[in-house]
Design a protein around this ligand. Structure first.
Ligand SMILES: Cc1cc2nc3c(=O)[nH]c(=O)nc-3n(C[C@H](O)[C@H](O)[C@H](O)COP(=O)(O)OP(=O)(O)OC[C@H]3O[C@@H](n4cnc5c(N)ncnc54)[C@H](O)[C@@H]3O)c2cc1C
Length: 322
């Protein structure tokens, strides 16, 4: 797997990064001041970093910055059933005996919604929830899959990743870290494996990112001085940051809260876990699919993972765009 190769590089694991980027004490005075002045704001409260498995998937880390090589996907919310209300509905409609073998709310709700369309609670065909949802996927009755919804947070992802992600409009909701309100002078950066694994290319990348961040810090300083007639500090900082961020690279780490339904997530996984998708979004899509195959096994069981020649994973399904 690419993951193993990436972290097998002993230089990444043992050698401290010889760069101003990795050590705020080496930044030029203005940049250092820029960081010091903002201490105590929301972004700095992240430190000291929690040392856990996720941090082991990084390199170039010190007290203030790190280079990130792997995204983290948190499942923070899932569908919940109100069994009492479901039974009440069944009782009210003379089909009290209906039951399902669905093991999760994510699998049960679309079956329930589909059965409501034809009021087919009384005499379900054999095969249970798995067969029912399999049929839904075959005939493309995908709207019932919109009733199962999950909430995720993606972190350790780049701005280029989120730009691709938010192109998925139907059935998705987003809340993303603001570069107008949040100080990016201590931002982390996401480095693609194919660059990180090559020492020469890594140096080029690191130098570019470092210079961009130094420019950002100088611009925030300069713009705050320029806007010194604006009394309100928050407004002044926002105006400085919103202009200064124009020099930040696509690699800048961001965080995004994502809510989506099963139908939309199937389409996302189909496009973004495909072998043709970009590597970073494919890594996220693969993690999302793994989670969803646990959360709603009968909705997502038709996706099969395969290992690509470069050791990364892709997934595909015979039931495209339900
Ligand atoms: C490998 C790959 C390469 C790509 N390269 C590029 C690129 O070079 N440039 C670029 O700009 N984008 C690119 N994209 C993004 C792509 O064009 C889509 O914007 C993205 O995949 C979201 O797909 P979607 O519009 O189907 O999703 P959603 O917006 O979630 O829509 C889902 C479905 O709902 C329906 N729908 C949604 N909105 C409308 C609407 N307004 N009218 C009618 N039907 C609608 C469509 O059936 C659509 O497929 C790429 C995507 C992939 C996977």
């Amino acid at each position: 797997m690419g993951l193993c190769r990436a972290f097998a590089d002993p230089r990444r694991l043992t050698e401290p990064k010889a760069s101003a980027f990795a050590d705020p004490r080496r930044l030029k005075p203005a940049a250092r001041l820029g960081i010091a002045r903002d201490q105590g704001n929301q972004h700095h409260r992240r430190h000291p970093r929690r040392v856990d498995e996720r941090d082991s998937q990084t390199n170039g880390e010190d007290c203030c910055m790190k280079i990130i090589r792997r995204p983290t996907v948190y499942l923070v919310g899932r569908q919940q059933l109100d069994e009492g209300q479901i039974q009440q509905f069944l009782d009210d409609h003379g089909v009290s005996n209906w039951t399902t073998d669905a093991s999760t709310a994510g699998d049960e709700l679309p079956e329930f919604a589909g059965r409501l369309c034809y009021m087919s609670f009384a005499k379900p065909r054999p095969g249970g929830n798995k067969t029912y949802l399999g049929h839904i996927k075959e005939v493309g009755h995908g709207s019932v899959l919109e009733h199962a919804v999950w909430n995720f947070i993606f972190t350790g992802v780049s701005r280029s990743f989120t730009h691709e992600l938010v192109r998925h409009r139907a059935g998705f909701g987003y809340s993303q870290l603001s570069q107008r309100y949040v100080d990016e002078s201590v931002a982390d950066f996401v480095e693609p494996d194919c660059i990180a694994d090559d020492p020469k290319l890594h140096e080029v990348w690191q130098s570019a990112v470092q210079h961009a961040q130094e420019a950002y810090i100088k611009l925030v300083d300069g713009l705050q001085a320029k806007f010194s007639d604006i009394e309100q500090k928050t407004q002044r900082r926002k105006m400085a940051r919103q202009a200064a961020r124009s020099v930040l690279p696509n690699a800048t780490e961001t965080k995004i809260f994502v809510t989506a339904n099963a139908r939309a997530l199937r389409h996302f996984v189909e496009l973004r876990c495909s072998e043709h998708a970009e590597t970073e979004i494919r890594m996220v899509a693969a993690q999302v699919l793994e989670i969803l195959q646990r959360e709603a096994p009968n909705i997502f069981n038709d996706y099969a993972f395969a290992e690509l020649p470069d050791g990364t994973r892709a997934a595909s399904t015979p039931h495209g765009k339900v």
